[in-house]
Design a protein around this ligand. Structure first.
Ligand SMILES: [Zn+2]
Length: 122
């Protein structure tokens, strides 16, 4: 991964992270379920890295999807901090540049992604 691409992808990940945070808080605030209001308050008191854990108990399909994406985006950002960004989580080869441009939070190279989805489908 050329170094020059990383700052661009990092800023895309950071804005996605911010949107996700807002999205989750809006989602919780829009629903007038008492438990959601509790969760809403809890989330605001904790750093975003704790959010997926805090949200685990409340998994509606929508929240689950948002929570998983939040985890992925944060994982990609911390990989950047550790200098491990852009490496496939399965085979450790470099993830294709174009794939990272399409989805900066991507964790697998094209080959491993295909295998992964085939295994899921079985
Ligand atoms: Zn791979």
């Amino acid at each position: 991964m050329p170094q020059s691409l990383t700052p661009l992808l990092r800023s895309r990940l950071l804005s996605e992270l911010e949107l996700l945070q807002q999205d989750i808080l809006h989602y919780l605030a829009a629903d007038h379920v008492a438990e959601y209001q509790q969760l809403h308050q809890q989330l605001q008191k904790h750093p975003t890295t704790h959010w997926p854990d805090l949200m685990k108990k409340w998994q509606t399909p929508e929240l689950q999807e948002k929570s998983q994406r939040l985890e992925l985006v944060q994982a990609a950002l911390s990989q950047m901090d550790m200098g491990l960004y852009g490496l496939c989580s399965d085979c450790e080869c470099r993830i294709e540049r174009q794939l990272l441009m399409n989805d900066p939070a991507r964790q697998r190279c094209a080959a491993c992604e295909t295998v992964y989805h085939e295994q899921l489908a079985e």
